[in-house]
Design a protein around this ligand. Structure first.
Ligand SMILES: *[C@@H]1O[C@H](CO)[C@@H](O)[C@H](O)[C@H]1NC(C)=O
Length: 181
């Protein structure tokens, strides 16, 4: 940036004026952009949750190490399935994953429901498309009962030691073709 005013220039040199063109690194909640370089509107993701799992139950896709090695691989897998993936969770989902030391990547088309809402799916209806009914049945998720957004854990029983490095969040493909996450 070219600076014409000497007073402004000296204030800037003293650090008294913050750089007006600073690249945004943080959202309002203090979240940093993660996974820079992903082909998204923000060249990475600024919308996500650490330590909790915002995902739902529909269109479950289960991915594991070594196909998915990092949280950014996980988000990329969601980007690879824009027609069916709207959110992801990178966490220890099973005791086996805790033992292996590798978090898993699970993709969904819907999100966690709030505590007062329960949905029952008509799994036999031909109107349903790409819901992965098998996974919904296998996980006992029909009806899908709402609840507080579940915490992620890293102990073998997945109920005691919080995993603050787990991450989950949206991958929204907008009508203009841009993707926000
Ligand atoms: C599928 O949706 C249509 C409305 O779009 C409805 O009339 C029909 O009953 C539905 N089929 C089933 C099996 O629910």
């Amino acid at each position: 940036m070219r600076i014409a005013c000497p007073l402004f220039a000296s204030l800037l040199a003293l650090g008294a004026v913050s750089n007006p063109v600073r690249i945004r690194e943080d959202s309002g909640s203090g979240l940093r952009l993660i996974c820079p370089g992903l082909n998204t509107q923000d060249r990475g993701c600024i919308r996500y949750t650490r330590g909790f799992d915002v995902t739902g139950v529909v269109t479950e896709v289960d991915l594991t190490f070594p196909q998915v090695r990092t949280e950014c691989d996980c988000i990329q897998e969601c980007l690879n399935r824009r027609d069916t993936c709207a959110n992801y969770v990178w966490k220890f989902s099973t005791p086996e994953s805790v033992n292996s030391g590798h978090r898993t990547c699970t993709l969904y088309s819907d999100f966690n429901l709030p505590a007062g809402v329960t949905l029952q799916f008509d799994l036999a209806s031909p109107n349903n498309t790409n819901i992965n009914a098998e996974a919904i049945i296998a996980n006992g998720n029909n009806p899908h009962a709402g609840g507080l957004v579940p915490q992620a854990f890293k102990d073998a029983n997945l109920d005691t030691d919080p995993d603050f490095d787990a991450v989950s969040g949206p991958v929204w493909t907008l009508a203009n073709g841009q993707v926000q996450c």
